[in-house]
Design a binder for this molecule. Structure first.
Ligand code: C2E
Ligand code: CA
Ligand code: CA
Length: 279
C-alpha cells in the first residue's frame, strides 16, 4: 500500500509538472500570438426567427498558428483570463470587430448589430467604459449597434457594482446581452435587476429541447420571462430544422447556430450578405 501511495504521489507530481510546463509553453505562445497578429475573428450570423433575415453577427476569436492550424477559443480563453492576456486580446477583438462591422454598415447593411463577448475580467476593469467609448469613437461604429455579451459570473463578487457598470454601459448607448443563460448560477432576480436588452438561451437547452419535454418547458419559460421583462431572446446552437420550428412556435425572436451558418471569415460573411439574405 505504501508503494502504491508513493507511486501515485509520484505520478501526480509528474503530471502537475507536465501540465504546468505545457501551460507555460502555451502562455508564451499566446503572448507571441498577440505580437505576431495570429488572431482572427469569425462572424456568426444572428437571424430573425420570423423572417430568416440576418440582423446581426457575433464576433468569435480564432487563433491561427503559423503552421496553419486553428485553435478554438475554448482552449485558450481560460488561460488568457488567468494570465490577464485577455485584456489586450479583448481590446483587439473590440476594435477589429467594430472596424469590420463599420465596413458592413457603410456597404449598405447599416441595420446589422454586432455582438462582442466581454470576459468577466474585462468587465471588471476600471477603464472599461473608456475603452468601449474609444473603440466606438475611433472606428466610427455606432454605440446603438454594439451589443456586449456578458455572463452571470460578472455579478458573483459584487452584484451592485456590476449592475451599476451595466447601467453606465447602457448610458453609452450600447446594448447588453446575457450569454449562456441557464447554465450558471442563474437567478431570476438578476434578470429583473440587470439592465439587459437580450437573453441568450444556452446551447444545451436548445439542443435537448426537441427530445426532452422538460427542456422545452424551460425554454418556453425563459422566453416568457424575458418577454415579460421587455427583453428579446436569442437561441444559440440551433442545429436542426426541428429546433427551429419549435423556437418559432415558442416565439423566440432570434436564432444563431449551425443550422443557419457556422461562424464565417469576414470575407465569407460579406459574400453571405451580398447574396441578399439580409436587409
Ligand atoms: P459563446 O460566446 O457561447 O459562443 C458560442 C459558441 O458556440 C462558439 O464557439 C460557436 O462557434 C459555437 N456554436 C455556434 N453555433 C453552434 C451550433 O449550432 N452548434 C454547436 N455545437 N456550437 C455552435 P467558439 O467560437 O468555439 O467559442 C467558444 C467560447 O469562447 C465562446 O462561447 C466564448 O465564451 C469564448 N469566446 C469566443 N470568442 C471570444 C472573444 O472574442 N472574447 C471572449 N472573451 N470570449 C470569446
Ligand atoms: Ca457569446
Ligand atoms: Ca453562448
Amino acid at each position: 500500500a505504501k508503494e502504491n501511495g508513493k507511486n501515485s504521489y509520484q505520478f501526480f507530481t509528474d503530471e502537475m509538472a507536465f501540465t504546468s510546463s505545457r501551460k507555460i509553453a502555451l502562455e508564451n505562445d499566446l503572448r507571441r500570438a498577440i505580437t505576431y497578429d495570429e488572431f482572427i475573428l469569425h462572424y456568426q450570423p444572428q437571424v430573425q426567427t420570423s423572417t430568416g433575415e440576418i440582423i446581426g453577427m457575433e464576433a468569435l476569436i480564432r487563433w491561427q498558428k503559423a503552421a496553419g492550424d486553428v485553435i478554438s477559443p475554448g482552449e485558450f480563453i481560460p488561460l488568457a483570463e488567468e494570465t490577464r492576456l485577455i485584456l489586450p486580446m479583448g481590446e483587439w477583438v473590440l476594435y477589429t470587430a467594430c472596424r469590420q462591422a463599420k465596413e458592413w454598415h457603410d456597404a449598405g447593411f447599416s441595420q446589422l448589430k454586432l455582438a462582442v463577448n466581454l470576459s468577466p475580467l474585462q468587465f471588471a476593469q476600471d477603464d472599461l467604459l473608456y475603452t468601449i467609448e474609444q473603440a466606438l469613437e475611433q472606428t466610427g461604429f455606432p454605440a446603438s449597434s454594439l451589443e456586449l455579451e456578458i455572463t452571470e459570473s460578472v455579478a458573483v463578487d459584487d452584484a451592485e457594482k456590476a449592475i451599476f457598470r451595466m447601467q453606465a454601459l447602457r448610458q453609452l448607448g450600447v446594448q447588453i446581452a446575457i450569454d449562456d443563460f441557464g447554465t450558471g448560477y442563474s437567478s431570476l432576480s438578476y434578470l429583473k435587476r440587470f439592465p439587459l436588452n437580450n437573453l441568450k438561451i444556452a446551447q444545451p437547452f436548445v439542443q435537448d429541447m426537441a427530445a426532452n419535454l422538460d427542456d422545452k418547458a424551460l425554454v418556453e419559460a425563459m422566453i416568457f420571462i424575458a418577454h415579460s421583462l421587455d427583453m428579446s431572446v436569442i437561441a444559440e446552437g440551433v442545429e436542426t430544422e426541428e429546433q427551429l420550428a419549435l423556437l418559432k412556435e415558442l416565439d423566440c425572436d432570434e436564432i444563431q447556430g449551425y443550422f443557419y451558418s457556422k461562424p464565417l471569415t469576414a470575407e465569407k460573411f460579406t459574400a453571405l450578405l451580398a447574396s441578399g439574405l439580409s436587409s
